[in-house]
Design a binder for this molecule. Structure first.
Ligand SMILES: [Zn+2]
Length: 132
């Protein structure tokens, strides 16, 4: 993954891991950091499926939109995620010529929409359990 996401994770550490008691060994904080990063990558995938289900989206637009949600992503982090989702047939892409430049648009597939709705059910269940 690109280093931007790692920098973002360090910001997260400042908020969370660093507020833990100093007795917590550095290696445990490292594990927490890795765990948070994995969760965030999952959240990012859900955002992508959600937006691409509503309209065709492209890399730069997603970087800006995810930035609005506080996820600072570099293309080097985002594009492998998009490619993985496409490989898993949750997204499909097509290219368009926009002002002389080829832009790749992504849309959520029927399989992706089904996965998203299952994820939403699980998010609802999770929120009801952990946020109440
Ligand atoms: Zn969004």
């Amino acid at each position: 993954m690109g280093c931007d996401l790692q920098i973002n994770m360090l910001d997260v550490m400042k908020y969370h891991a660093l507020s833990f008691p100093y007795v917590i060994a550095r290696r445990y904080r490292r594990k927490i950091l890795v765990m948070i990063r994995e969760f965030f990558l999952g959240f990012i995938k859900i955002h992508i499926l959600h937006h691409a289900a509503r309209e065709p989206v492209y890399g730069l637009w997603l970087i800006e939109e995810l930035g609005r949600h506080g996820y600072r992503l570099s293309p080097g982090t985002l594009y492998p995620v998009l490619h993985r989702l496409e490989e898993e047939k949750l997204l499909r892409s097509h290219s368009e010529n926009v002002g002389g430049k080829i832009r790749k648009y992504y849309r959520t597939t029927a399989k992706g929409t089904k996965a998203l709705s299952q994820i939403k059910d699980k998010i609802t269940e999770l929120i009801e359990e952990v946020m109440v």
